[in-house]
Design a protein around this ligand. Sequence first.
Ligand code: TYM
Length: 347
Amino acid sequence: MVGILRWRRRDGTTLTPRMSTQRVFSGIQPSGDPHLGNLLGAIQNYVRYQHGHDAVYCIVDLHALTTPKDPDELRANTLRMTNLLMAAGLDPERCILFAQSHVPEHAQLGWLMETTVSFGELSRMTQFKDKADRSEFISASLFTYPALQAADILLYDTNFVPVGDDQRQHLELSRDAAQRFNSRFGETFVVPEHVIPEIAARVMDLQRPNDKMSKTAAAENGLIYVLEDLKSIEKKFKRAVTDSDDEVRLDWENKPGVSNLLEILSAVTGTDPHELAGNYTQYGALKVDTAEAVVELVRPIQERFAELNADPAETMRILRTGAEKASAIASVVYDRARDAIGLLGPE
Ligand code: TYM
C-alpha cells in the first residue's frame, strides 16, 4: 500500500509527518487539444479527486518538448490545456493547477531520477518504443521521459496518481525509482500508487477498435476531440466500426468496436456496461445514444472553454498562483532528495 514517509533529521533521528489528507498528482501533455480518451480516462478523475484530497495537477510542457514542437503552438496549447481542464471542472481554488516548467525542481529532480533508473529499464518502456518507431528525430529526452515523470510525481509526496491504462508501465517505474532511492539513501520519497479507472481506462479508436484512441491515430474519423464540432462528433459515432453479427454485448476479444461504444456510454452515464448492453438489440441505436451522451457531456465544456479562452491574462494569473503553491511543496521535497543523495546545498 501507500508508503509511510519518515524524515531523517541530520542527527539521524526520524520524524513521521502527519498526513491527514492523501495527496493526488497527475500530469497531462499540452500537445494539442485533448481527446475523448483523455477526458474519460483521466480528466474526469482529476475532477473527482479534487474533492476530499489534496490534488495537484500539472500541464507537463517539458514532456511535450520530447517530440518537436512549434514554440508558438506550444505556448498556445499550454494555455488552451489549462482552460480546458478548468472548463472540464478543475477549480484552481480546490486544487493546484500549474505548468511544469514554472517549477524548476521538476527538471532538477528529473536529473536525479535519471541517475536512479537504468538504461535497461528505460529501454523496456513500450511508449518509448512506439514513439521512437514513428519519429524521424528521436531525442534523448524521449528516452529519459519516464525519469522526469517519476520526478513529477515524487516531488509532491504523492499517494495516488490517476491515469489511463497506457501510463501503467511509467507508474511502475516511478515506484521502483522511489523504492531504489529510498533504499540507497534513506526514506526520502513516498512510494506512489496509480489509480486506473475500471471503465474507460483505455478508450479505443472508433475506426480501429484494437488500437487506443490517440492523437497520432491513423484516421481522423477514429478520434473524437473534446472541442470538436458537435455535428462532427455525431457523424464519427455513426461511422464507428462494429462488426457484422448485430449482437450487443461487452466482449473485448470478439467485439472490440461494440465494447468500446458500451464503455464510452458507461463512462458518461455511470451505468454498468453489461446493463447497458441489455438495453440494445441493434448497433444503430447504441451509436446514436453514445453520440448523444458524448455531445451532452462536451457541450458545456466547450461553452465554458470559449469563455475562459477569451482571457489569457487570467489564465496566466491562475498558472502563476498554481506554480507558487506547487513550488512551496516541491522545493522542500527537492532539498530533501538533494541532501540525501549528497549534493551540497547552496545555503
Ligand atoms: P498524456 O498527456 O498522453 O495523457 C493524459 C492522460 O490521458 C490518459 N489517456 C487515455 N485514457 C484512456 N483512453 C485513452 N485512449 C487515453 N489516452 C490517454 C493517459 O493515460 C493520461 O493519464 N506521460 C503522461 C504525462 C505525465 C504524467 C506525469 C502523468 C507526465 N508526468 C506524472 C501522471 C503523472 C502522458 O503523456 O499523458
